[in-house]
Write a protein that binds this ligand. Structure first.
Ligand SMILES: [Zn+2]
Length: 242
């Protein structure tokens, strides 16, 4: 099995759309296309035809490009069964425990409710990669729009059970803001202080800071490091007010 090629496409103010290509089968998938045009343009530049869209949740900055990409490519759109009513373009409904394929690469679907009630993630275990949408960010987690701190704590625990080397593909460049907040709730964490400095330098140079890894998050993410749902909820409330 050849490695997946994964391309980061920055769109809107701070969204990342991920274009994922299997060189063997030439299957090409888009995770959470906020918009269509830049995604179609990047695929065309590489000579790839988009065969699939995988959505993690219904928010328009994750699904806004669905219809136009489907119209241009006749691709298949897969997403959370629990949010079918809010993603009318879905062709295939999946939920936790299901598997989805991109060529010879298999991803398992995780239920990760909290940011939205039906939010899912896609884990390519053999590739060491997980697409988490707005569930986990570098040094952050998604807002609890449709769920609870208990649910997000469970999500963090499950993500934290993955290997350190697992790459985490999140959907926003929130890293600098998250790092500046994280040091206020975890002021004696040397790994976090070092990461804040590295992120400040990267952003000043106009560089992206994701994907991140489970190992980096385990060392520096206050939501993943929270010892209880209550602690996660307290930190989340502070971040919401920051
Ligand atoms: Zn969202």
């Amino acid at each position: 099995m050849t490695a997946l090629e994964i391309v980061r496409i920055p769109v809107l103010s701070d969204n990342y759309v991920w274009l994922v290509h299997d060189p063997e089968s030439r299957a090409t998938m888009v995770v959470d296309p906020a918009v269509a045009e830049p995604v179609l343009a990047v695929a065309a530049t590489r000579g790839w035809t988009i065969t699939d869209i995988w959505n993690t949740h219904w928010h328009p900055d994750h699904t806004g490009g669905n219809a136009a990409i489907k119209e241009a490519t006749a691709c298949t759109i897969t997403g959370p069964a629990a949010e079918y009513a809010r993603i009318p373009t879905l062709d295939v409904q999946v939920q936790g425990g299901d598997t989805v394929r991109l060529g010879n690469h298999v991803a398992s679907v995780w239920d990760v409710p909290a940011h939205t009630a039906g939010h899912i993630a896609y884990h390519f275990a053999d590739d060491g990669a997980i697409f988490v949408g707005d569930t986990m960010f570098a040094m952050g987690c998604g807002r609890l729009f449709e769920g609870t701190a208990d649910q997000m704590f469970a999500n963090m625990q499950k993500l934290g059970s993955l290997d350190d080397a697992t790459r985490v593909y999140c959907a926003h460049e929130y890293t600098l803001s998250n790092a500046r907040f994280a040091v206020t709730v975890d002021p004696h964490n040397e790994a976090l202080a070092a990461r804040l400095a590295a992120v400040e330098a990267a952003r000043a140079a106009g560089e992206a800071t994701v994907p991140t890894t489970i190992g980096a998050e385990r060392a520096t993410n206050p939501f993943l490091r929270a010892a209880s749902a209550a602690e996660l909820g307290r930190i989340r409330a502070l971040k919401d007010a920051a």
